[in-house]
Design a protein around this ligand. Structure first.
Ligand code: 5GP
Ligand code: ZN
Length: 113
């Protein structure tokens, strides 16, 4: 757990966040700058710097499964939602600790910008 990683600090409870779910593998909290009525970040507790660095396919499944559970809990599973993992500079990744965005509650345009 690198000391200088923002999401590791949120996992440890050193930096506050609005938590919405947690289990042994992942935590989920609301994005500080929401881009949709529901905008939640799901992160593995373990520090994994990006999807490109992921070694454990099961971990990715656990993150995605929590996103689907939260979509149901937020009431957006029937209207629809988007899950996004930004990887690298061209995708706009800014926090280098693997995270999945869960976005919903409005119509989301495609293709993304
Ligand atoms: P990325 O651009 O790396 O895919 O997504 C990083 C996300 O983290 C952004 O949507 C940004 O708003 C969010 N974020 C950055 N700093 C914080 C913070 O301190 N707390 C929370 N809850 N979200 C943050
Ligand atoms: Zn980290």
């Amino acid at each position: 757990m690198p000391d200088d990683c923002l999401f590791c600090r949120i996992v440890r409870g050193v930096v506050p966040a609005t938590l919405v779910a947690k289990n042994d593998d992942c935590i989920a909290f609301r994005d500080v700058n929401p881009q949709a009525p529901t905008h939640i970040l799901i992160v593995p507790r373990e520090h994994i710097s990006s999807l490109d660095a992921a070694k454990d396919p099961e971990m990715i499944g656990k993150v995605a499964f929590m996103a689907a559970e939260l979509a149901r809990a937020e009431g957006i599973a029937t209207t629809g939602y988007r899950t996004v993992i930004n990887t690298g500079a061209d995708a706009g990744e800014t926090v280098h600790h693997l995270h999945m965005h869960l976005l919903g509650g409005r119509v989301l345009k495609w293709p993304p910008g």
